[in-house]
Write a protein that binds this ligand. Structure first.
Ligand code: HEM
Length: 230
């Protein structure tokens, strides 16, 4: 299934929304929430690392990795390498981001893994890791026989898409959850920070939608995405 429109305008919007997300999450975590620290007596600064890295990693870089076959002007081999490296960066940032959430909870004597957001978060990061390792072994090194490679490709695409969309949904839930905590502690429901957080969640969902459009749209005929060994 594909949309009979070129990918270019959609991938351009993905880049623009990705940069906007980066700016929005930085403004929120620094200007409104005081910035970041791995070690601090102010434990909120440890928490702030979590939304920053999850958004930059699994959402923005992960999304850019997914559309790399549609958005970049290189050969298929180079695009494959970029896809693999971007996903590796996304995975590492995701793991460190989740560690920051655990560290914040542990040092603030808050229970771990009590929410749907946290359960889904663990599922996402585990599946992301499995997806990356399977993709690396089958398509890159050492590489599987051609039959297994081409049978694996549609599964790799669908599974990767699913994990990405779960990450989009979970990031939106994370924003909602954090904003609800803040509002319960007195933050104004119609104030500028509440608006910023809700708006960031909205842009996150839009980013996901444009990644979907990009993946389903067309690349020029000579750049089709069929599997070929690197
Ligand atoms: C796809 C991206 C995300 C994943 C995979 C993820 C994953 C996780 C995990 C595994 C935890 C549990 C930590 C623990 O139990 O100690 C957690 C906690 C938390 N996350 Fe996220 N997160 C993501 C994005 C976000 C974003 C964007 C926000 C926005 C602020 C956020 C807000 C929170 C909050 C408030 C907690 C603490 C409460 C709780 O455990 O539910 N998360 N996250």
């Amino acid at each position: 299934m594909a949309l009979s429109v070129p990918a270019f305008p959609f991938t351009l919007v993905v880049h623009a929304l990705g940069i906007s997300l980066l700016v929005l999450v930085l403004v929120w975590t620094t200007d409104f929430r005081g910035g970041f620290a791995w070690e601090s007596t102010n434990k909120s600064l440890i928490f702030n690392i979590h939304p920053l890295l999850m958004l930059i990693g699994l959402i923005v870089i992960g999304g850019e990795a997914i559309i790399s076959y549609k958005s970049l002007p290189f050969t298929k081999e180079v695009k494959k390498l970029i896809h693999l490296v971007l996903h590796a960066i996304a995975l590492v940032l995701g793991i460190v981001g989740i560690c920051a959430a655990f560290k914040y909870h542990n040092e603030s004597s808050i229970a771990n893994l009590y929410s749907f957001h946290s359960w889904l978060g663990i599922v996402i990061i585990v599946l992301y890791g499995i997806q990356w390792v399977y993709g690396f072994v089958i398509f890159f090194y050492p590489g599987a026989p051609n039959g297994l490679r081409s049978e694996s490709l549609p599964w790799h695409v669908v599974f990767g898409f699913l994990v990405f969309l779960m990450a989009i949904g979970n990031a939106a839930i994370g924003f909602l959850e954090k904003l609800t905590f803040l509002e319960n502690s007195g933050l104004a429901k119609y104030g500028s920070e509440a608006f910023l957080v809700n708006f960031t969640a909205l842009i996150t969902v839009l980013f996901g939608a444009f990644v979907v459009f990009s993946v389903l749209s067309q690349v020029p005929a000579e750049e089709d995405n069929a599997y070929s060994p690197i």
